[in-house]
Design a binder for this molecule. Sequence first.
Ligand code: ZN
Length: 445
Amino acid sequence: MPVTVLRDADIFTADAEHRVLAGGWLAIANGRIVDIGPAGTAPPGAGSDSVVDLSGHALLPGLVNAHTHSPMILFRGRAEGHSLLTMDGWWRAIRKPELHLIAADIHPAAALSYAEMARCGTTLVADQYFFADEIYAAAHASGLRAVIAYGIVELGDEARGKRELATAVDFVEHAARAGNDKVRGWIGPHAPFVDNSESLLRAEASAANAHGVGLHLHMAVGPEDNEHTLASRGVTAAVALDRIGFFAARVLAAHCLDLAAADIAVFANAKHAAVVHCPTAGLRSGRPAITPVVDLLAAGVTVALGTDNAAANTSYDLFTEMKAAGLAASHREGRAGALPAGTLLRMATIDGARALGLDLETGSLEIGKAADLIAVDCRGPGYSAAPDLATLLVYSGSGHGVRHVLVAGDWIVKDNQLMGTDLHRLSDAYQRTYRHFWDRVEAAT
Ligand SMILES: [Zn+2]
């Protein structure tokens, strides 16, 4: 059995004991972590087929981007001055041009997004969009792990809602039949009540349960969800969803800026519900509300991190999301260090995997788990010695420091280069797609 040993790295394990192994080593065989140890213990050197010297590097679990919409790289920079967390801002900046997308636009866009995410250390992506078959192909080709939710928007058109749910179920079944253990299909109600009706939400939850998959949606992004359900039902959106049995399924709820105590209790009491905090998208939107991460964690709710789309964010760098989450929490709580750097790193790794139900497979560096990991080169500017590795990575680091990326033991990025993917060709194909798409949009307006 060929064994690869990565040695002399400072290892942030994200394991249950919160171990950090200075100058440690990790052994990989058959795509899995087969051994791990601190400095001073002997790696299985003699039988190893390859030994990689990682002195001066940090080794950590691959990062989990728990909320994005990869084709929306086509909208990068196109939503400046719009708040995408309001129905009006989303409709004007995104939805109107989005209706001109064709299937051929999706693969080049998603492929470039996955390449960008890989280059800055992401190994697992929770994607949500329509044209899910094309995203599936791009995710598969990238070598990354992905959970792709087919995005459903009803907006008062009941027939469309039914049709879209049927397409989502087809996609989930097709993804399951494909037997690719790295890419899975989910169902993605776009947002509750405002653009998906109660009857459709019930049907989405029951389809998710029937197929053993999760629901990936936007929730409490602005006052609109809650205003809608407070007026019609006298309760907030999360409570209303709970009452219709929505939380019986696995739920991945992005943003959640406006959560009352009763909403946090809904998440805490649900069997498999997680919040995805997207601090850059939230702060850029101009909303004064900030996801109450400290309260959610205190209630025992899993909180992951996401970049959201490239229009809301412009970047796929989860290092900047960790830093933004730390800044936002300190600002919200009015105290320094409201979210310790180690907590932020766990949100971007093991908690992201847990949010997707994949924490037995990935998210931490432990024996038996898939070898999904990244090496950050800490020999360059900005990474001078600091007493705490997590602080260094979160507050001094960026995705540009990621040198190697492995998924299931396969090298996805080696020495800062994508393996098996010609980034220039990907980029050229994308630029052509981008021009054609926006030419079509402009010709129609
Ligand atoms: Zn989103």
